[in-house]
Design a protein around this ligand. Structure first.
Ligand SMILES: C[S@@+](CC[C@H](N)C(=O)[O-])C[C@H]1O[C@@H](n2cnc3c(N)ncnc32)[C@H](O)[C@@H]1O
Ligand code: SF4
Length: 335
């Protein structure tokens, strides 16, 4: 099956599916409490794509080149019976299936997810320091439970576990070295992510970004690093290995080194809107097609047409002007 290509020749390869817009954390950079408080209107159940609808769409996407599906959110493990969805998606041949979670519910779900056919997992963790971690998740969630979850995932074979760390200046740059030290020699791969200006709610300022270069220099000065080649074209993390062979890390320079040029990702929101860029301002309503009785062929043609029209490269053309644009929250569209 050949991949459909967009206006600048990028193939469609990865599909991120947000399975819920809800989350049990209120990370300061993603769902700050001032915005996502008690009165916040989350989607109603009937608005969510059902598992059957998600799987049907995923199957159609694979016919247009998608080889990898990542389940995300919100917090994907708060969606009831998520392991059933994993099992249904795992039945699609040739699909690499993975999931990003905050780890809070993972220890008790890891085995079921593995049994259902999940291949790998990414766990977000911003600090080993309990006080810093509790402040960043802003729901007083203890770090030990996420660490236990990471070990539970590795123990059932969801390996290598990737650990996502968003670095925000003034919050957790002092956590970079302890995280690197802790996960060296474990086989788990920490990926440090530059804090991005997604959505409207996180009050982003360039000063808050600790750059990938700073992060690499900081680690390299204590634990010497050397660059590694990408695993595949379009990989977002720049890979580095410890010179003594004790493991690898990644840095995701989403702000300082935009990777739009190689971006092969498309995003399906919780209620079935399709976004061709994390920074897109509006989505294409696939749910209307699905619930309106469109055939697989019609839906496939719509997806191909949307991808062929795609020319997004927001991060590369980031300017002052973009600050005024309508943006989509990360917790809605999935990271
Ligand atoms: C939106 S979350 C969804 C999945 C799950 N709740 C989790 O936290 O892993 C996906 C990823 O996006 C990252 N993220 C959220 N807001 C971000 C921001 N402003 N800049 C960079 N990464 C961000 C999170 O740290 C997480 O690793
Ligand atoms: S980053 Fe993940 S865990 Fe944190 S608030 Fe956003 S969706 Fe929830």
């Amino acid at each position: 099956m050949t991949s459909v290509r967009d206006r600048i020749g990028r193939p469609l390869r990865d599909l991120r599916i947000s399975v819920t817009d809800r989350c049990n954390f209120r990370c300061v950079y993603c769902m700050p409490k001032e915005v996502f408080g008690k009165d916040y209107q989350f989607l109603e159940r009937k608005e969510l794509l059902t598992f059957e609808e998600i799987v049907r769409l995923a199957r159609i996407f694979t016919e247009h080149g998608v080889r990898k599906v990542r389940l995300t959110g919100g917090e994907p493990l708060v969606r009831r019976n998520i392991e059933q969805l994993v099992e249904m998606l795992a039945a699609i041949p040739g699909l690499d299936l993975t999931l990003t979670t905050n780890g809070s519910l993972l220890a008790r779900k890891a085995q079921a997810l593995k049994n259902a056919g999940l291949h790998r997992i990414t766990v977000s963790l911003d600090s080993l320091d309990d006080a810093v971690f509790r402040r960043m998740n802003d729901v007083d969630f203890p770090v030990t439970r996420v660490l236990d979850a990471i070990e539970a995932a590795a123990a059932v074979g969801l390996e290598p576990v990737k650990i996502n760390t968003v670095v925000k200046r003034g919050e957790n740059e002092n956590s970079i070295l302890p995280l690197a030290r802790h996960f060296r020699r474990t086989g788990h791969i920490v990926r440090f992510i530059e804090y991005m200006d997604v959505g409207h709610s996180n009050g982003w300022r360039m000063n808050d970004v600790v750059t990938a270069r700073e992060i690499v220099d900081m680690i390299d000065s204590e634990m010497p690093l050397e660059p590694l080649d990408a695993n595949y074209p379009g990989e977002v993390a720049e890979r580095w290995r410890y010179r003594d062979g004790s493991g690898e890390i990644g840095v995701i320079a989403s702000v300082t080194k935009a990777f739009c040029r190689d971006c092969t990702r498309i995003r399906l929101s919780t209620e079935g809107k399709l976004f061709t860029c994390l920074f897109a301002t509006s989505g294409h309503d696939l749910r209307a097609l699905v619930r309106g009785g469109a055939s697989d062929l019609e839906i496939g043609n719509a997806i191909a047409a949307i991808w062929k029209r795609r020319s997004d490269r927001y991060s590369e053309i980031r300017t002052e002007n973009t600050a005024g644009l309508k943006k989509i929250e990360m917790s809605y569209i999935g990271g």
